[in-house]
Write a new protein. Sequence first.
Length: 220
Amino acid sequence: MFTGIIEAVGEIAAMQPRNGDLRVYIRTGSLPLAEVKLGDSIATNGVCLTVVELPSDGFWADVSRETLAHSNFAQASVGAAVNLERAMLASSRFDGHIVSGHVDGVGQIVEMKKDARSINVRIQAPGELARYIAHKGSICVDGVSLTVNRVDGATFDLNIVPHTAAETIIAQYAVGGRVNLEVDVIARYLERLLNAAADHGNSGGITMATLAENGFMKAK
């Protein structure tokens, strides 16, 4: 599990096609590697990658066909900067929000503009993810835990404060760029619970009315 609080910015140092999938070498920059061991997970632009080799200045990982199909790794190139976060320890302070490192889809940046000292970024998400994106809810963009400021269909706005821009790859974004999106895991499980209740006639299950009555959503 991750938190969406980026620890360092690294770069893709090598990419090796392997019988339809990919092995990548990530140079990790300032990310501490002293306690990282083979088999550990490191979120790379929000994608949970397993460490398979540990040279002195980075790690090698395999990228499956599933990951290539649902993330921007398919368009990645050597030299590209990436956000990095090590898996959370049980003893760690929890910041950000719950991030699994399982990317749900790829969005596209449709607008960027200054907002005082911040940057306003507008992203078009895949249509099937729109129902999971809520005003003032959490979303993970290239591994960064962010708050949704505005939602218009499948398009949503983010406000990027100077610190976040400086400590991640967001300052390098441009209109047309593609970004990895992971929606709030709670929203996904909640939908599954609601669907399961509907499949069983809502007998003793969770309903939209129950959620509204208990303050989890606005009653219509």
